[in-house]
Ligand binder design. Structure first.
Ligand code: UDP
Ligand code: MG
Length: 245
């Protein structure tokens, strides 16, 4: 069992992966711990899967791939990656490395101090236009007005989770709800980890304003939803059709 699993959702990231995979491998090696990189191809239409499969073939000890049959969205990709993580800790990282994987080592250092959840909190967001920063600022604060537990403002999905936290997260019913809500519901020691968000390595964001509205809707609905009697809402919403190991 490796010490650390990097979980990397990838949708149409052919521009980024030739740079990102070597950097992830170097960041993993720099932790001086055993590690794996789990790359989830979320229904890409470009060469993303070819690049993942090639990296997994070259370095099967460190790289694994999961391929979706369809674009199910970042949320489903992250959950599938977390489900397949073999590590004692899992670190969620975007394929464009806006959340620098080199921070794995200092984040792990916080985990060794006894924190099960280390949450990356953005001190700055280079390369993002001001309307996006302003709407994100408002979204994070408005969400906390309805969230059952505080959700750290200015944080994304850059979480380092211990195996204990991960197992509790995956055992929660209604895993289709907004991930930052689910993490807030885990009762384990947590700490904020301030960092500077980098610009995208290459390529472009997948989140238009329309799609960001969809994310906000999902987040608010997740916080406000009450369970309906007699329904099961923990049915997985994704499919996996290829795994290399
Ligand atoms: N992503 C994904 N499925 C999607 C959209 C995005 O797996 O349908 C991945 C994407 O490849 C990246 C991460 O989610 O690794 C964040 O996406 P992006 O960088 O476009 O978002 P932004 O940083 O602009 O919010
Ligand atoms: Mg990005």
């Amino acid at each position: 069992m490796p010490t650390l699993s990097f979980i990397v959702p990838c949708h149409d990231e052919e521009a980024v992966l030739p740079l990102a995979i070597p950097r992830l491998l170097a960041a993993g090696a720099a932790t001086n711990e055993s590690f794996e990189i789990v790359l989830i191809d979320d229904g890409s239409t470009d060469r993303t899967w070819e690049l993942i499969a090639d990296a997994a073939t070259r370095d099967p000890e460190h790289v694994r791939g999961i391929r979706f049959t369809h674009n199910f969205g970042q949320h489903a990709a992250m959950l599938a990656g977390l489900q397949h993580a073999r590590g004692d800790h899992a670190l969620l990282v975007d394929a464009d490395l806006q959340d620098p994987p080199e921070l794995a080592a200092p984040m792990l250092a916080r985990a060794w101090e006894g924190y099960d959840i280390v949450t990356g909190v953005r001190r700055s967001r280079a390369g993002e236009p001001w309307p996006k920063r302003a709407t994100a600022w408002m979204f994070h604060r408005a969400l906390n007005l309805v969230a059952p537990r505080p959700i750290p403002v200015d944080s994304g999905y850059f979480y380092l989770l211990s195996r204990r936290a991960l197992d509790r997260l995956l055992a929660l019913p209604a895993r289709d709800r907004y991930l930052r809500l689910l993490v807030s519901l885990i009762d384990l020691p947590r700490v904020a980890f301030p960092y500077d968000r980098a610009p995208r390595l290459a390529g472009h964001t997948h989140y238009s304003y329309a799609r960001l509205c969809g994310v906000a809707w999902h987040a608010f609905a997740s916080c406000l939803r009450r369970p309906a009697a007699g329904t099961r809402d923990d049915t997985p919403r994704f499919e996996i059709n290829t795994t290399t190991s």
